[in-house]
Ligand binder design. Structure first.
Ligand SMILES: [Zn+2]
Length: 278
């Protein structure tokens, strides 16, 4: 699906860019900026007063039944402690949320977000990792303890078909590739597939000190998944290149409830994604 000529590799120093001071967005047009600011405001309400009711009463429900115009798309982990609508204090119809373990991108995720952007005109996609993601942790352990202990990777019995796909710059995997790469009906094959999608990020942080390695791997995986969206979907990439769509990375802290945003991802028409610094 993705060829060498149309691959992009975003250079997103998200580890450094996700900072307490947040992000200044000034040049992508008002819609993405407004969406980020609205998410920040909602998260601030959640942090300050988690018990404040969400706008999900009957009146909001009736209004939402007439149609939807979500102001942002969120790709986030399935972790039970990280519900985007809650941590951003949003109501019915506000967010187009796609969740997968460790916010891994695959063909269904891409199609879902393409629908959000192309049909619902969502101007912003947030890819959000979170503190203490146990999917990333377990991937590190299964990869020889990269995220957990930093030991060198050792081959496992499942092989590295998925990781090989990553390393060669594949975009989203095809269902056929998924189905034929592992024995159908083997319970471990699905989880191995998931791990294979996370290993590139885990591997890139393997040499970091143990006390920062997991967080770094989680942030690296956010960057990895943004790149997967850009490489796996021509539609998303074109929209980004045209300035009609913006991406940001985010990191949710379980303990504080705060979401920290990266700077906005700018995608140049030549297909090279860069971070705009302010
Ligand atoms: Zn997680």
């Amino acid at each position: 699906m993705t060829t060498a000529s149309n691959r992009v590799r975003a250079s997103l120093p998200i580890t450094a860019a996700i900072v307490l001071s947040g992000v200044a967005l000034a040049s992508e047009g008002p819609s993405p900026t407004a969406s980020v600011n609205r998410l920040k405001a909602g998260n601030a309400r959640f942090v300050a007063n988690p018990a404040e009711p969400l706008p999900i009463d009957a009146e909001h429900r009736a209004a939402a039944a007439k149609g939807q115009a979500p102001f942002a798309g969120i790709l986030s982990c399935t972790d039970s402690r990280v519900p985007p609508e809650v941590v951003f204090h949003t109501g019915l119809g506000d967010l187009f949320v796609v969740r997968s373990a460790a916010q891994v991108t695959d063909q269904s995720v891409l199609a879902s977000l393409e629908h959000a952007v192309d049909t619902l005109h969502v101007p912003l996609i947030v890819v959000m990792g979170h503190e203490a993601c146990d999917i990333v942790t377990s991937t590190g352990a299964s990869t020889g303890g990269h995220a957990a202990a930093g030991a060198p990777k050792t081959p496992d019995s499942h092989g590295d078909g998925g990781e090989t796909g990553h390393g060669s710059g594949h975009g989203a995997p095809s269902p056929a590739g998924h189905g034929t790469g592992h024995a159908a009906g083997v319970s471990g094959s699905n989880r191995e597939y998931l791990a294979s999608r996370i290993r590139p990020a885990v591997s890139r942080t393997a040499s970091m000190p143990p006390d920062v390695r997991l967080r770094a791997a989680i942030l690296e995986n956010v960057e990895e998944q943004i790149n997967q969206l850009l490489t796996g979907s021509g539609l998303l990439r074109r929209k980004a290149e045209a300035g009609e769509l913006a991406f940001v990375g985010a990191y949710y802290e379980l303990t504080s409830g705060s979401v920290h945003f990266s700077e906005i991802v700018k995608v140049a028409p030549v297909g090279v994604a860069t971070l705009e610094r302010h």
